[in-house]
Design a protein around this ligand. Structure first.
Ligand code: G6P
Length: 369
């Protein structure tokens, strides 16, 4: 087992580091930068089918559900497609309003999650198009869905998903660009900007990993706290949800992710002196609003750990601690924030002496209902 970890103390740490390569594998051979487009030759959808899609329904569980929420924001922004996201365990017992023009996307790392499989089987009756995004070649979902987009992140051993999560995000960028171009919603130049940033991601991820010693110190500072909050807006909101999930899974600290604008509708009441609040505040159109949220939080005595753009000269005035991530296209920065916060979760759990690769009560893949 030591050999399989290639010198890393845990599979999770190894897999976090592998993201410099795994992300590249997800988009390898698929970027057509000059044309401002992507190639997804694995999709069997005709142009007419794509034009006729009236809604996208994403179904997934756990970390894949967080990726799904991310997908909703991307498909809306890049492809102008109305998108809903459902927990598979809810979708299968609801009365979803579906027709043949709803595209269903099932996201499942393992391809074996019982609820996700049951949900996609329910969709068959609508005779609509389905796409599975999965990491495991030949997994059950690949036989249930009409189309498959593989994430190619390589096997993931740590129960807490890391490289498979960011690979799912990459697959969703590809899909959103593809749909946006096919539906004449996204301009080639807009697609080129995203594609350029995608190509730069591996190098940017390396820059985040290079800060592991600082993130380790930050983690140690708050490892004894009872509660942790993660806030973000826009695409940084699903990133906040995923960061909270990662921390609770492996460190057993109570953690919640919140849309920052919702703070005043409940969670503010829980903040005490010293409660850590991680604010994902990379530059995007919600930046000013995030600064107001940070001030609200500080006014209640909470401590703010900001995840911010390296070019941000202001943030140090508002936050107690700052984890800087490389500046990139605002649509892409949540990938970098996610990697930084995977490290925060990892080092918090390490500090607490938790069994990182096999957290209590959790399984890598839940194949029972
Ligand atoms: C389990 C794992 C999670 C994962 C979820 C969904 O709960 O511990 O890490 O996100 O299942 O798994 P899937 O394979 O469908 O993505």
């Amino acid at each position: 087992e030591a050999a399989e970890k290639s010198g890393y103390a845990h599979f999770m740490l190894k897999e976090i580091h592998e993201q410099t390569r795994s992300l590249q594998k997800t988009f390898a051979g698929k970027l057509a930068e000059l044309e401002g487009n992507v190639r997804l030759t694995e999709l069997k959808l005709t142009d007419e089918q794509i034009r006729n899609i009236n809604r996208v329904e994403i179904i997934a569980c756990g970390t894949s559900w967080n990726a799904g929420l991310f997908g909703k924001y991307l498909l809306e922004t890049l492809a102008g497609m109305h998108t809903d996201v459902s927990a598979a365990s809810e979708f299968r017992y609801r009365d979803p309003v579906m027709d043949e023009n709803v595209l269903t996307i099932a996201i499942t790392q393992s391809g074996e999650t019982a609820d996700t499989l049951a949900a996609i089987r329910n969709v068959v009756q609508y005779e609509s198009s389905t796409i599975a995004i999965t990491n495991v070649v030949g997994s059950t979902i690949t036989r249930e869905a009409e189309n498959v987009v593989y994430t190619h992140a390589g096997p993931e051993i740590g129960v807490a998903a890391t490289k498979t999560f960011t690979a799912q995000l990459i697959a969703l960028y590809l899909l959103a660009i593809y749909m946006g171009r096919k539906r004449n919603y996204l301009l080639p130049d807009e697609a080129k900007d995203v594609i350029k940033a995608l190509k730069e991601l591996p190098g940017h991820v390396q820059q985040v990993l290079n800060q592991r010693d600082q993130i380790r110190k930050n983690a140690a500072q708050y490892a004894d706290c009872r509660d942790y909050y993660f806030i973000g807006r826009g695409l940084n909101y699903p990133a906040a949800l995923e960061a909270a999930l990662k921390l609770k899974e492996i460190s057993y600290i109570h953690a919640e992710g919140y849309a920052a604008g919702e703070l005043k509708h409940g969670p503010l009441a829980l903040l005490e002196k010293g409660t850590p609040v991680v604010a994902i505040v990379t530059k995007n159109r919600t930046y000013a609003k995030m600064l107001s949220n940070i001030k609200e939080v500080k006014a209640r005595g909470a401590e703010v750990i900001a995840v911010a753009d390296e070019r941000d000269r202001e943030i140090g005035k508002y936050a107690d601690l700052v984890i800087f991530v490389p500046a990139t296209n605002p649509l892409l920065s949540p990938v970098l924030s996610s990697v930084a916060l995977q490290l925060l979760a990892y080092y918090t759990a390490l500090e607490k002496g938790c069994e990182i690769d096999k957290p209590r009560n959790l399984a890598k893949s839940v194949t029972v209902e």
